[in-house]
Every structure is written in structure tokens, then in C-alpha cells.
Design a protein around this ligand. Structure first.
Ligand SMILES: [Fe+2]
Ligand SMILES: [Fe+2]
Length: 295
């Protein structure tokens, strides 16, 4: 089987799966339901300050509030990254034969991500939190990725963001201590992202082994840098303001918190072992992975 035939086979399978399991979050989610006053927005042990003296100093209401702002930060970075991803996929699409399943699946994934970004936007509105935007430097890195990344670099960057968020959501969607709306949002995202993860993984398995040494090193650098940007932006330091903690102090405590570091490594386990097996983690990308606590 040629690489093009293998690509078509994957895309055909995923187009069929998209027909069976696609959701319109505007209809599927009960946006009018009031929040459950006693529940957090993510499992307590995933909140960045969990287990620190600062966490112990917060009352139950403040803990709920902080968990709400942390998921809002993740949804904000999710929207930012989905926009980058949609633009990369559209660029891929324009270079393909529109009659191919591969091209049609790229568009189908853009359609999924459109619905997701609408869902996360509605979620932020419903939660009543700020939209937590990434800084200027990361926006520039995002633009660089958007306009230059293709092939292995594009699929690896997509996969890192998808898998980290996916681990968080898979755990939260079955946790009864979590707000029902967050569980519904997570469930829809997890189901649809499973296709995206599969598409990226199968493409990486086909293409990564074909790279030469120089391209591999550049790719390791780009994806390491992307992973670092994603990890560092998950929890925007401004979230701590919501519970009266100085953002610099909150970030300092979170980054020194072994529970939080473990959560980052845990969320990235699947993607780091997959990319590691393909030789995509290492070389000039390694310092970024270490500094991001994803490995
Ligand atoms: Fe998504
Ligand atoms: Fe996705």
C-alpha cells in the first residue's frame, strides 16, 4: 500500500466515524441549568495550588472559584489553539485534491473545531470569567506555527495540545464532584477529539520515519517549543486574582507545587510516550520539554 492509499484509508474510516458521532453543543448542552453550588469545575487534585499552604488557606467557595477560573483559562487557550489548528488544516486542505477523503477529513476536522470553539466561547460566557488571553510572545509563536508548520511538525503540535486537554477532560467527565456542565462539555470534546488524535497519530506513524537527521532536529525543536507554550499557558497567572492571590505569587507556588508538576506530566504521558517512540522528543527540543514539566 502506498502512503497515499494508507492516508485515504484512515480518512475514509474517520469520515464514517464523524457521521456516527458528531454533536452540536448549542443543542446538546443544557446551557440554562444553574451551577451546582457545592461542586468544583475540575477535580480538586488538578487545581494548580492543590496541596499547598496557599490552597489550605482558601475556603470551599474560593476553591470552587479558583477551579472555575482555571478551566476558563484552559478553555481560552483551547480556543486560541483550535484557531491556529483550523488555519493549519485549511492550508493543508488547499494543497489537496478536494475529491480525496484525506482533504475532506481535514475539512471535517475544521468543522469539529469550529463547534468546539463555539462551545468553549459559550462556556466562558456562562461561567462569567474573563477570556484568558496568551501573551504577545506566545501569540507571535502561534503565528509562526500557523504560517510555517506542516506535515510532522503540524500534526505533532496538534496532537500535544489535544492529548493534554483530553487527559484532563477524560478524568473530569466521570468525576461526580465536578459541575455537570463541565462534564457534558468534556464528554463531547473527548468523543470528537478521539478521531483527531487518531488522524494525527496515524499520519505521524507514516511520515515521521521518513525524515532526515536535519529535519528531525528542527522538528524536535519546533514541537518542544510548542509543547512548552501549551503547558505554560494552560493556567494563566491572572486566574489567581479571582481569589485575591497575587498572580506572580500564585504562579510561583503552582510551578513549585509537586502535585501540579505531576498533573502536567500525567496529562502528557500518552503523547510523550507516543512521540518519544517516533524519535520526536529529544535533541534541541529537550530543554523545552523539561522546563514545561511535561516529561
Ligand atoms: Fe477541539
Ligand atoms: Fe481536535
Amino acid at each position: 500500500m502506498t502512503i497515499e492509499q494508507a492516508r485515504e484509508r484512515t480518512a475514509t474510516k474517520l469520515l464514517r466515524a464523524s457521521l456516527d458521532n458528531s454533536y452540536d453543543p448549542v443543542i446538546e448542552i443544557d446551557w440554562a441549568a444553574p451551577p451546582d453550588p457545592g461542586k468544583l469545575y475540575e477535580p480538586a487534585h488538578r487545581v494548580s495550588l492543590y496541596g499547598t499552604p496557599l490552597w489550605d488557606s482558601l475556603d470551599p467557595g474560593q476553591r470552587i472559584e479558583l477551579s472555575k477560573h482555571e478551566v476558563a483559562s484552559m478553555a481560552s487557550v483551547g480556543i486560541w489553539f483550535e484557531t491556529i489548528l483550523m488555519r493549519m488544516l485549511l492550508r493543508l486542505y488547499t494543497k489537496q485534491d478536494p475529491t480525496s477523503s484525506h482533504a475532506q477529513y481535514a475539512l471535517t476536522e475544521v468543522a469539529d473545531e469550529c463547534r468546539h470553539s463555539v462551545m468553549f466561547g459559550r462556556m466562558l460566557d456562562k461561567l462569567g470569567t474573563p477570556v484568558y488571553r496568551v501573551g504577545v510572545r506566545d501569540r507571535m509563536l502561534g503565528s509562526y506555527l500557523t504560517s510555517t508548520a506542516r506535515g510532522v511538525r503540524m500534526f505533532a503540535a496538534i496532537l500535544i495540545a489535544e492529548e493534554i486537554l483530553d487527559a484532563w477532560q477524560r478524568e473530569g467527565m466521570v468525576d461526580e464532584s465536578v459541575q455537570p456542565i463541565m462534564r457534558s462539555i468534556s464528554r463531547i470534546h473527548v468523543i470528537e477529539e478521539a478521531r483527531h488524535v487518531r488522524w494525527a497519530k496515524e499520519e505521524l506513524e507514516r511520515s515521521a520515519p521518513l525524515m532526515g537527521a536535519a529535519e528531525r532536529a528542527y522538528t524536535q525543536f519546533v514541537i518542544g517549543r510548542s509543547a512548552h507554550t501549551i503547558a505554560r499557558n494552560l493556567i494563566n497567572p491572572d486566574v489567581y486574582r479571582a481569589v485575591g492571590i497575587d498572580p506572580a505569587e500564585g504562579r510561583r507556588v503552582a510551578m513549585a507545587n509537586p502535585h501540579h508538576r505531576e498533573s502536567l506530566t500525567w496529562a502528557a504521558t500518552k503523547v510523550t510516550s507516543f512521540l518519544g517512540d517516533l524519535g520526536l522528543i529529544g535533541g534541541p527540543g529537550m530543554p523545552f520539554w523539561r522546563r514545561s514539566y511535561l516529561v
